[in-house]
Design a protein around this ligand. Sequence first.
Ligand SMILES: Cc1cc2nc3c(=O)[nH]c(=O)nc-3n(C[C@H](O)[C@H](O)[C@H](O)COP(=O)(O)OP(=O)(O)OC[C@H]3O[C@@H](n4cnc5c(N)ncnc54)[C@H](O)[C@@H]3O)c2cc1C
Length: 408
Amino acid sequence: MTDDQRRILIAGGGPVGLLCAWLIGRHGLPVRLFDNNSTLQLDLRAATTHPATLDLLDDALVGDMARVGLVAPIFQFWDRPSQKLVAQFDHAVLKNDTRHPFVVQCEQFKTAKLVLDRLQLFPNVESLFDHEVIDVAQSADAVTVQVREPSGTVSQHSGAYLIGADGGRSTVRRRSGIKFEGFTWPERFIVLTTPFDFESERGYCYRSYFADPGAWCNCFKVSADGPPGLWRTVYPTDPAQSEDNILSDAGVQARMQSFFSSPQAYEIIHRNLYVTHQRVAEIFRKGRVLLAGDAAHVNNPIGGMGLNGGIQDAVNLSDKLVRIMRDGAPERVLDLYDLQRRTVAIEFVQEQSIANKKRLEARDPEVRKRNLDELRASAADPERARQFLLRTSMIASQRRAEALALAE
Ligand SMILES: Cc1cc2nc3c(=O)[nH]c(=O)nc-3n(C[C@H](O)[C@H](O)[C@H](O)COP(=O)(O)OP(=O)(O)OC[C@H]3O[C@@H](n4cnc5c(N)ncnc54)[C@H](O)[C@@H]3O)c2cc1C
């Protein structure tokens, strides 16, 4: 076989595409990755990496992520109107379920950089930035992509398989005719980043969720450029409000003050607005085309599950592609990838992320009380806390995926 016949093509150099390139490339297989940006982006979205995901990654990579990020063993739920702490969960109760009974808060651009540094050591892995995948075609023997190069020239590249890791608006998914089923939330989510130290000033831990009728806030810490770090606060916005209004200084301050009233104005380092969806591709494998990460599934960020699911896809898919290309495993293992990862995307990530949002934003006083009582009771009972954390830390979904493989 020539390199063109063995090559794995990857569209998208976000954390998921880069991870696939590294995990496949380190076995000596030829890999060519395309990203439409000229360089890695300062993407301020994900930070939370859960125990189930950490368990799948190399110890050295996890060590580096913890070194440039923060280790967060606990998280809290607060009731915003009463300003009371409702429940605190400690991942320590998972000590027999995971090698990592904590979350690592590592900004996704740092994780992407750590992986890019590793894959650049392999001459068989080409990472081509400023290269946009614009079309896809496949035959029984090969898959081919059309790529717009920096000069504007369109070139053609062939390989054995193509991984579409090109994000929520995936060209690979669209050009392969794969539907992206689900819905879009009417409210956009705003992320406001501040150096205000919520731990020393207010007693919040590195991951704190605030329930408020019709609203909510996630407040979490990232290490940024090093101590003292920054705090990111995430809120829903009113669909009727204009983007200018939402992002204005007055709008931003009013939002911060409504949750965290303070005599002083907050210093805001970043303000970012996101449209948020709940969608899963109708299929993760179509012949020689495989979808992974946001190209395959998107969800709201409450609970921090989107990229975690994407990393879990990358590990699962890369392992299967290596088994096919290096060890001669049958192609049908790729159908198992679809079964495992699509099932958990639907049964766990979609369900859990929607439930997380509904729990925080509930308006009905009875429902609010029930939700908060439930959290309180779960946190107070170690076995209930463990069951709760098995889901939030994505260990339960990973076990479900493994059970599907055993049943095959
Ligand atoms: C506010 C917010 C907070 C979040 N927090 C968390 C969290 O704490 N934990 C978590 O797990 N998830 C979180 N997420 C979700 C997370 O950010 C995404 O799931 C993650 O970025 C997906 O990674 P990816 O590599 O699949 O896609 P992306 O990061 O979108 O990368 C796709 C790459 O493909 C490139 N590309 C696109 N089209 C093409 C093309 N045609 N040709 C070549 N390249 C192309 C893009 O430029 C990009 O570089 C959050 C999301 C938001 C909005």
